[in-house]
Design a protein around this ligand. Structure first.
Ligand code: BGC
Length: 719
């Protein structure tokens, strides 16, 4: 019996692999036979855009256009075929999903999967084959305008979320397009900057989530980034596209350029780009149109190379639009709204609750002042970059009214004016950071009369936008003056910050006792926020990136590598990104990576590894007990960091290698276990171009944030 079960499993797996291989071979034969029937012109026609969001098909052979749409906040409304204006459909209102850093703040890969399923179902309802999502460039620099779209500063958290969002999207036979490959970490000069990044940092920090999304998520498409990496445009980067992505990682799908991110014909075609998208000028003159035909005819690009690109596109079509049992999809359903709610409610972070003001007891409170432009603002659209025509979006004020309105009177004051548009010049935006005294006076007058004041501040989709970086970490729109004035008259002030990236909260942290962090949190944002304020949801979000005390503490500022000199951004900090930098350099952040409070408390005991020593190839089984020592049920995110003692190479003080989010009932103790592969403790050796697992002593740290280490255990790795 002891051997029968493992043998049966091995047999089952081998039969499965065999069946898979047979299916794949049959598909390749079919694809080859189609390619044989195609003229060179037909093939080349498939390799470039024929409209803003599609590339060519071959109607004669029944091959459809490859249609795509943005992402990542949801499926964008239909726009005209040849320009960005709305097509004015009435059937394309969609679910607005929480932004990338909100998803990351859930620390819950199952929710990333749910996000993906919604995107996939809605894409099918709109007949889109490729969704230009998820986006997960590393949050290297807190000012980056697209931080809100991305996930995290940490490659492991990033990978776990990327894998699941891709799996979710693709479970609906829709291709995920993972973007932007690679090292597109600033918006300033994004289409001209040359990112210099050493191979170790690339491999350890910037590439892992892409690798995981390809190898474990099986992503069908990849979008090359705008910038150059180490001297070569990402759309013609032989190292990134051919060597790493296709040869090393075994990527089977197609690489498409970012919109207008192709620069040459021959270099791009030979370096691994498959589809040119978003260029300007007449379609037949694009790099991958007539010039590509000519390059094939003159022998600069082989027809074999063209065939391979076509095969990749056909392969991804057979996984998606041409697959058997292709789902019909559905859009803006109650189930999708529920998914948006679930993500939003787990993404909200309790940053401070010193006066135990939260949760607000519904029924006990008779009057609430809701103050701030963000209380009534929606975030589905705004600024540059993709947005969603949301079927509905519940604002904070609406959520608070629906959750507290039966027993409390709720009044609103705008508090500040968000005078900033991404499309404005600096001169037109001048003064956006100034308080509006009249609005402050109104807010103060209101806050004096109510038991509680809920201040909804932060940024918005104009202030955080694609194509722009913020100039500093300051809260915009004179919000600090509003916070000071309202908290001076109402001791029960809750500060709610809605934004997608780190801000300078020094002053608020010092002077206020109750701080909640929310995001551009999707269709159900207001209800999720109100449920957290009321305690119907116990907050369980954790920061996916560090909030530095000051911008000058961040590596890019200290080392003066942002935005770069002469359009070159030299990532001199190497692997020391995010908490790796702050912890290794002993710089205290304002709020550290992984931080977030709960309405209950958790105690950690009994951390142990299943063995004292391991060999390469082993798995380390880490176990511990976590007790909910409070009176409310709550979810805890147990984080496992690894620290190498006396390493022979430079290493971060600690690195996240596993995490788990679990619900624990009051007074209950959960037995938690997590596996870490010994191979995942390796560093990348730039000289030998190999991953090396260093022998010696290691520590595993069980933590509730990167700075709150609860338990430590040691183990050895031998050769
Ligand atoms: C963005 C991509 C987006 C594309 C199409 C580009 O400007 O960088 O993320 O998918 O536009 O809208």
């Amino acid at each position: 019996m002891k051997y029968i079960i493992p043998c049966a499993i091995v047999l089952f797996l081998s039969v499965n692999v065999f069946a898979q291989n047979k299916k794949e071979t049959a598909l390749q034969i079919k694809i080859n036979s189609i390619v044989k029937k195609m003229t060179l012109e037909e093939k080349v026609n498939m390799l470039h855009g024929n409209a803003l969001f599609s590339s060519g098909g071959v109607p004669r052979l029944g091959i459809p256009e490859l249609t795509c749409d943005d992402g990542p906040l949801g499926v964008r409304e239909e726009i005209k075929r040849f320009d960005w204006a709305s097509a004015n459909w009435t059937t394309d209102s969609a679910t607005f999903l929480p932004n990338g850093s909100a998803i990351a703040a859930t620390w819950n890969p199952a929710l990333a999967n749910k996000y993906g399923v919604v995107i996939g179902e809605e894409a099918n309802a709109r007949k889109k084959i490729v969704m230009l999502a998820p986006a997960f460039n590393i949050c290297r620099m807190p000012l980056c305008g697209r931080t809100y779209e991305y996930y995290s500063e940490d490659p492991y958290l990033n990978s776990q979320l990327a894998i699941q969002s891709v799996r979710g999207i693709q479970s609906q036979h829709v291709a995920a397009c993972i973007k932007h490959f690679a090292a597109n970490n600033q918006e300033l000069h994004r289409d001209s900057v040359n990112t210099l990044v050493d191979e170790r940092a690339l491999r350890e920090i910037y590439l892992p989530a892409f690798k995981a999304a390809v190898q474990q998520g099986n992503a069908y498409t990849v979008m090359s980034a705008y910038n150059k990496v180490n001297g070569y445009w990402c759309s013609e980067n032989d190292f990134l596209l051919n060597k790493v992505l296709k040869n090393e990682w075994g990527f089977k799908g197609a690489v498409m350029s970012d919109w207008a991110g192709t620069h040459h014909t021959v270099a791009a075609a030979n370096s691994g780009l498959d589809i040119e998208m978003g260029s300007s000028g007449p379609y037949e003159q694009w790099y991958f149109a007539k010039p590509l035909l000519e390059a094939v005819r003159s022998g600069q690009v082989s027809e074999k190379t063209i065939d391979e690109k076509v095969r990749r596109i056909l392969w991804l079509m057979y996984q998606t639009s041409m697959s058997a049992n292709h789902p019909k999809g559905s859009i803006a359903t109650p189930a999708h709204a529920k998914a948006a709610y679930d993500i939003a409610s787990e993404s909200i972070i309790l940053l401070k609750n010193d006066a135990h003001l939260l949760p607000l007891k519904e029924g006990n409170i008779k009057s609430i002042a809701v103050i701030g432009d963000n209380a009534t603002r929606t975030f589905a659209l705004g600024g540059y970059g993709a947005g969603v025509k949301a079927k509905h979006e519940i604002t904070a004020l609406e959520g608070i009214k629906s959750r507290f309105g039966k027993t409390a009177s709720i009044s609103f004051a705008q508090g500040y004016r968000a005078n900033y548009l991404a499309s404005n010049t600096d001169a037109q935006n001048r003064g956006y950071d100034q308080p509006d005294q009249k609005l402050i006076d109104e807010a103060v007058a209101l806050a004096k009369t109510t038991e509680v004041a809920i201040l909804c501040i932060g940024s918005n989709r104009e202030y955080e936008s694609e194509g722009h970086d913020r100039k500093n970490l300051d809260l915009p729109f004179g919000e600090q003056a509003l916070v000071n004035a309202v908290s001076a008259v109402n001791p029960n002030t809750v500060i709610v910050i809605m934004a997608g990236a780190p801000y300078d909260l020094k002053e608020i942290k010092k002077s206020n006792h109750t701080i909640v962090w929310s995001w551009f949190n999707g269709s159900e944002a207001g209800d999720a926020l109100a449920d957290v304020l009321k305690g119907a949801v116990n907050p369980s979000g954790r920061l996916p990136f560090t909030f530095p005390v000051s911008l000058k503490d961040s590596p890019a500022s200290t080392l003066e590598t942002y935005p770069g000199k002469d359009l070159t951004a030299d990532y001199k900090e190497g692997i020391m990104v995010g908490y790796r930098w702050y912890d290794t350099k002993n710089i205290d952040p304002l709020y550290c990576f992984g931080y977030g409070l709960s309405y209950t408390n958790f105690t950690y005991t009994g951390l142990a590894t299943n063995k004292k020593a391991y060999k390469p190839g082993d798995k380390i089984l880490v176990s511990l007990k976590v007790k909910n020592s409070g009176t409310l049920a709550g979810k805890e995110v147990i984080q496992l960091y690894i620290s190498k003692t006396n390493s022979v190479v430079l290493r971060p003080e600690k690195e996240l290698k596993a995490f788990k989010k679990i619900m624990i009932a009051p007074a209950e103790t959960a037995a938690v276990s997590m596996n870490i592969d010994v191979k995942d403790l390796a560093y990348f050796d730039s000289k030998s171009h190999k991953w090396i697992v260093e022998p010696g002593q290691y520590k595993v740290l069980a933590a509730s944030s990167s700075k709150t280490i609860r338990q430590v255990a040691s183990f050895q790795i031998s050769r």
